[in-house]
Design a binder for this molecule. Structure first.
Ligand code: DX5
Ligand code: ZN
Length: 227
C-alpha cells in the first residue's frame, strides 16, 4: 500500500492539534513534521516542544523532516520529543554522523536530497538509511509545483541496491500522485493537497487505492533480474 504523510506545514497554525486528529481520523499513515532553521532553507517552523505536545496527545507515527544546516545538534531533542522517523539532508553538515546517531537513538533514519542533488550523492549514505526522501520541490515552502524530473531517482536508488522506503515531498496532489506511484515512490507527503482539500478523507482514500509499483525489474547485482 502507498502511504500518506500529510505535512503539518499546510495546516492552520492555530489549530495544530486538530490537524493531527484529522490526519489520524482520515487514516493517514504518518504525520510529516517539517523543521526549518532559517539557514538551510529561508523559513522557520516547529521546535521540539510542538512535537512533544503532539506526542502527548497521540502516539502516532511522526515523520520528522529536518531541513537544518547542523542536524546533529538537534537529533536528541527531536528523538526525546517523540519522533518516529528522523530525516536529515545529505547536503547538511555531518550527514553520515547524524544518520549513525539516529540509529543509535533507536529511531528510523531517513536521508533526503534537494531536487538538484544527484541520486549518486546518496550512495555512501544508503547503508545507514531506512528511508530516502526525494524532494520534488526546492525545500522551504509548501504550495509549489512538482518537479517531475526528480522521479527517475527512485529507480536509480533501486539500481544502487537500496531496499528501504522511498518517499517524495513537494507539489504532490491527487492529479499527479499516480505518476509518483508508477515511478516507485512508496510514501507520499502532501501538505496543501491534504490540509486544504475540501475532503481530506477522500484524498487519503485515493492514495490508499493506488497500486504500488511492482512491475519494475530491478537489476540484480548477482546477475539476472529481481522484482
Ligand atoms: C517543503 C516541505 C514540504 C511541504 C510540502 O520544504 O518539506 O513538506 O510542506 O507541501 P506541499 O505538499 O504543499 O508542496
Ligand atoms: Zn517536508
Amino acid at each position: 500500500m502507498i502511504k500518506l504523510s500529510p505535512s503539518l506545514l499546510a495546516a492552520d497554525p492555530l489549530h495544530l492539534g486538530d490537524a493531527l486528529h484529522l490526519a489520524m481520523d482520515a487514516g493517514c499513515d504518518e504525520l510529516h513534521f517539517d523543521v526549518m532553521d532559517a539557514h538551510f532553507v529561508p523559513n522557520l517552523t516547529f521546535g521540539p516542544h510542538i512535537l512533544a505536545g503532539m506526542k502527548k496527545q497521540a502516539d502516532f507515527c511522526y515523520d520528522v523532516h529536518l531541513m537544518l544546516t547542523d542536524p546533529l545538534t538537534m537529533l536528541d531533542s527531536y528523538a526525546k520529543a517523540g519522533a518516529s522517523i528522523l530525516t536529515v539532508h545529505a547536503e547538511a553538515n555531518a550527514a553520515e554522523e547524524a544518520l549513525k546517531r539516529i540509529r543509535e537513538l533507536g529511531i528510523k533514519a531517513g536521508v533526503s536530497i534537494r531536487p538538484g542533488t544527484p541520486a549518486q550523492a546518496l550512495r555512501p549514505l544508503l547503508p545507514l538509511a531506512d528511508r530516502v526522501l526525494l524532494m520534488t520541490v526546492e525545500p522551504g515552502f509548501g504550495g509549489q509545483q512538482l518537479m517531475r524530473g526528480v522521479l527517475p531517482k527512485a529507480r536509480e536508488l533501486r539500481c544502487m541496491g537500496f531496499e528501504g522506503e522511498i518517499e517524495a515531498d513537494g507539489g504532490i496532489n491527487p492529479a499527479n500522485m499516480r505518476e509518483l506511484a508508477d515511478a516507485g515512490v512508496e510514501v507520499l507527503v502532501m501538505g496543501t493537497a491534504f490540509f486544504k482539500a475540501d475532503d481530506p478523507y477522500e484524498v487519503a482514500r485515493l492514495v490508499h487505492a493506488l497500486s504500488p509499483q511492482t512491475g519494475i525489474l530491478w537489476p540484480n547485482p548477482k546477475g539476472g533480474h529481481s522484482r
